[in-house]
Design a protein around this ligand. Structure first.
Ligand code: MN
Ligand code: MN
Length: 330
């Protein structure tokens, strides 16, 4: 085995040291972090597990998000260990590991959802938090079920997306990438005092879509609201509403404008910039984040890793947020 020296800081096994091993060589774990089995072999346990959820049988338009986890990992090679925007080292404050990909049935959505839920509960049985890389947005439902079970209560939700994803059915199917948050609301997984979509835009089937969404208990900050009010003001408002509730954060990469994230299944013009999204996440510091996902990266439509890099940076900031919370509380 070739020697792959890692950065070890604060007792935590970190990324391969890219000052001595070129970052474009070797296995593309997320951010060149150790695999979960490597962490466990070193006698450590992981506080945060990055897990791939390669599943896209729930899409309504362009397929391909099943290749998202591999693409985001490849695009994450350039992430460095220190985040000057928050003055933190996300991989030093707690132990972070790449748990690999779930093995999900591509032909049976019900079985796929059950597998994702079971694997998420298994991976968090030791108290670890998950950052899941999708996969289409169907995966958020089983991940939310697991998060609410671990939290022991409904969770607050911040849902970054061009779309509401609170439609009822599509071609008669209840479990698709356009329905996870309606199912989550119906199942009582969400604290509807603090459940909000951020970045929505684009044509709907009708006004009724918005009425249904409001009735289910969701708030909306549109993409235009973010542009007009600014990322800091939006983040401050969201943080106040969420307070110290356990928070699940779901990022559909199509929340970004297609200029920033072309590699996705249902792109809509008029989206947020990657800078706005990252600044909103940074404005949520102090929130009681319990889990997160980044979904809908479909590399076949990507160019020059634009979408993969955006998703990798979003996941990096989410790991930082999660780790800060765990560092002070857990
Ligand atoms: Mn979407
Ligand atoms: Mn979505």
């Amino acid at each position: 085995m070739l020697n792959r020296p890692r950065i070890t800081e604060n007792g935590n096994l970190g990324p391969v040291d890219s000052t001595v091993v070129p970052r474009y060589s070797g296995a593309p774990t997320f951010a060149l972090l150790p695999r979960l089995d490597e962490v466990e072999a070193a006698g450590q346990r992981a506080d945060i597990k990055v897990v791939g959820v390669p599943f896209d049988a729930g899409v309504s338009y362009r397929p391909g998000a099943r290749f998202g986890p591999g693409h985001v990992r490849q695009s994450s090679r350039l992430l460095r260990p220190y985040n000057p925007a928050t003055d933190t080292s996300p991989f030093a404050q707690v132990q972070v590991a790449d748990a690999g990909d779930m093995a999900i049935n591509p032909f049976d959505i019900d079985e796929a959802i059950a597998t994702i839920q079971a694997d998420a509960l298994d991976l968090t049985a030791d108290g670890a938090s998950l950052v899941a890389i999708g996969g289409d947005h169907t995966i958020a439902l089983p991940l939310l079920r697991a998060a609410a079970e671990r939290a022991g209560s409904p969770v607050a939700l911040l849902h970054f997306d061009a779309h509401l994803d609170t439609w009822d059915t599509y071609f008669g199917a209840a479990y698709t990438h356009g329905t996870p948050f309606r199912r989550a609301a119906e199942e009582g997984l969400l604290d509807t005092e603090a459940a909000c979509h951020v970045g929505t835009r684009g044509p709907l089937y009708g006004r009724q879509d918005l009425d249904d969404d409001t009735r289910l208990g969701f708030g909306i900050v549109t993409s235009a609201d973010v542009y007009r009010q600014g990322a800091d003001a939006v983040a401050a408002r969201l943080a106040e509403r969420i307070g110290d509730r356990p928070l699940y954060l779901s990022v559909d990469i199509d929340v970004l404008d297609p200029a920033h994230a072309p590699g996705t299944g249902t792109p809509e013009a008029g989206g947020m910039t990657s800078r706005e999204l990252l600044e909103i996440l940074r404005g949520l510091r102090g929130a009681n984040l319990v889990g997160a996902d980044v979904v809908e990266v479909a590399p076949a439509y990507d160019h020059a890793e634009l979408t993969g890099i955006a998703a990798a940076h979003v996941a990096y900031d989410l790991i930082g947020l999660l780790g800060e919370g765990r560092g002070s509380g857990a």
